[in-house]
Design a protein. Structure first.
Length: 224
């Protein structure tokens, strides 16, 4: 997706999303130790919850039923990751973020999601995703089609900035062109800074409601 013009609201949303995206814990898969014995997580029913974030945009996250492979563990718990279509994120209401096209409201995107399960049974499991991964809009796309490209902005970051009217409040098309160029440069610079974290497991900032007992929704199996 190429950004030609960014409205001020779109630029603000993009910058805020990039900054907020770095505020939750990340773990590099290469730092994990193999689980002994190897284990998988079986999710029988979807884990679904809603939240509002960024200009009151309402989203829904769903971890879909299936097998989540144990990718390894650190000193605090084990990371279980699903396949390339194990998690959906759906914008239910775009709120004040007018950069979201109407036709995308209610249409889920697909990505790799998972659960971090703490060793301490008294602690709540947490939903995570792969930071920087490009979400799929059509189930069944290949892994290659879904990979993050250097020239593209992550779908949950870019806010699909509008190109309808490049004239800013000054009313000057020249100023608008300069402003759009600066805006795109700022966003590109922030994304460049984020590239070092792409591929890491990131705990999602918004988690299921506290009253949700996630441990009752899955079972852990030991590989033979």
């Amino acid at each position: 997706m190429k950004i030609r013009h960014l409205t001020r609201a779109g630029l603000t949303a993009a910058i805020l999303t990039l900054i907020v995206g770095c505020s939750t814990p990340m773990t590099a898969p290469t730092t994990l130790s193999a689980s002994m014995p190897a284990r998988d997580l079986q999710l029988a029913a979807p884990i679904t919850y809603k939240f509002k974030h960024g200009l009151a945009v309402q989203r829904e996250i769903a971890l879909l039923p299936g097998v989540y492979k144990g990718m390894g563990e650190d000193g605090k718990g084990t990371w279980y990751l699903g396949n390339r279509e194990s998690m959906t994120i759906t914008v239910l209401d775009r709120g004040g973020a007018f950069g979201y096209p109407k036709e995308q409201i209610g249409v889920p995107t697909f990505s790799s999601g998972g659960l971090f399960v703490p060793h301490d049974a008294g602690l709540v499991p947490q939903v995570f995703h792969i930071y920087g991964e490009q979400p799929l809009r059509t189930p069944g796309q290949s892994q290659a089609e879904g990979k993050q490209e250097d020239s593209r902005v992550p779908a949950d970051v870019a806010v699909n900035a509008q190109a309808a009217n490049p004239v800013l409040s000054s009313g000057s098309p020249v100023a608008a062109g300069v402003g759009a160029g600066v805006a795109a440069g700022i966003v590109a610079g922030l994304i460049e800074m984020d590239k070092a974290d792409w591929g890491k497991y990131q705990i999602i900032e918004f988690q299921p409601p506290p009253e949700t007992d996630l441990r009752k929704q899955f079972t852990i199996t030991t590989k033979q």
